[in-house]
Design a protein around this ligand. Structure first.
Ligand code: SAM
Ligand code: SF4
Length: 333
């Protein structure tokens, strides 16, 4: 099998799959309050998603991340996760993981572990119940905490993802680091990205460069750069006082595209070769055209030849429109 290598010599070994564009929350930086979601008939069935993901595994993808929208609100998603787990058993896949808001984790944590999931990313931007409700528009922090507790009981390693929001959670980094340290969670801080219309708010108001965040954190904590890699774009440090890892994802202040190893699939079977560009390939048509994977594999290989060098995200007052029109929930964070 010839591996998937893009025009800039980057091997493609990581697939992120948005299994649904729907979500039970409406985080202010991610979605508008009155989002229009895809009609169900446009969304691939779970069997089709399994076939698509498995084709990528056959082409050398070693890591699969299910995301969304909220992956755990898709009906019967555990069926898909269990099915994909067979690639862990054969050794074809190194890791099957997901990014979740944790609202449904209480119900699913044990099954996730049984299906072979060992690490999950949980998005949590604040430890203050009122702020949590404000950021997510109606979420309940207690539900997320119950989900996290269930995940810990099930033996899942947890990384918290926090989007730095100016004037919203920028007074909480120290508390979050201490809380993650005492619970044994890693933490990654993310810059807000200009993706999709979010209604009245603007990203210029939300955006906080992580260079500032890091400087703020370094006043209280001792950070040592480390080589740790998860196959994602974060750069990691070790916090001496807690022993925990702290990652920074800085798409705006430090472009990480040179080491990009991933492509992203939407729940309609559209493949995006870059989170921050519009070019895409339709994999649904070749998937449905025949029962064998010949057309599908050819379409995947062709798409990878179009993977661009990188994104062009900018957030400033002159550039108030999103860099790409689709929301993060379409291609998955
Ligand atoms: N619903 C799940 C969750 O929240 O973890 C998975 C999907 S969500 C789109 C994935 C990640 O994208 C979350 O960590 C979220 O905070 C992040 N995200 C969403 N919109 C973003 C934006 N405009 N800029 C930066 N991160 C964003
Ligand atoms: Fe939903 Fe995740 Fe977007 Fe929040 S960040 S609205 S939880 S998809």
């Amino acid at each position: 099998m010839v591996p998937l290598i893009d025009p800039f010599d980057r091997p493609i070994s990581y697939l992120r799959v948005s299994v649904t564009d729907r979500c039970d929350l409406r985080c202010v930086y991610c979605m508008a309050e009155d989002m229009t979601f895809l009609p169900k008939r446009e969304v691939l069935s779970l069997e089709e998603l399994d076939r698509l993901c498995s084709a990528f595994v056959g082409l050398g993808v070693r890591k699969l991340r299910l995301t969304g929208g909220e992956p755990l609100v898709r009906r019967d998603v555990m069926w898909l996760i269990r099915r994909l787990g067979r690639h862990l058993d054969t050794g074809a896949l190194d890791e099957l993981t997901l990014t979740t808001n944790a609202t449904q984790l209480n119900k699913h944590a044990a099954d996730l572990h049984a299906a072979g999931v060992r690490r999950i990313n949980v998005s949590l931007d604040t430890l203050d119940p009122q702020k949590f409700q404000d950021i997510t528009r109606w979420g309940k922090l207690d539900q997320v905490k119950a989900g996290l507790a269930a995940a810990q009981r099930a033996g899942l390693a947890i990384k918290i993802n926090l989007v730095a929001l100016r004037g919203v959670n920028d007074d909480e980094f120290d508390d979050m680091i201490a809380w993650c340290g005492s619970n044994g969670f890693d933490l990654t801080i993310i810059e807000v990205m200009p993706m999709g219309d979010i209604g009245g708010e603007t990203r210029v108001d939300q955006y906080m460069p992580l260079s500032l965040v890091r400087a703020k954190i370094a006043r209280r904590w001792t950070l040592a750069d480390i080589d740790y890699q998860t196959g994602g774009p974060a750069r990691y440090t070790r916090i001496r006082e807690t022993g925990g890892r702290l990652g920074f994802i800085t798409p705006l202040t430090h472009n990480f595209c040179e080491s990009c190893n991933r492509v992203r699939l939407t729940c309609t079977g559209t493949l995006f070769m870059c989170l921050g560009q519009d070019d895409a390939a339709d994999l649904r048509a070749p998937l449905r055209a025949s029962e064998d994977d010949q057309h599908l594999v050819a379409a995947i290989r062709e798409a990878v030849t179009r993977k661009p060098k990188g994104h062009d995200f900018i957030i400033d007052r002159r550039q108030s429109r999103p860099a790409v029109a689709r929301h993060m929930s379409t291609t998955g964070g």
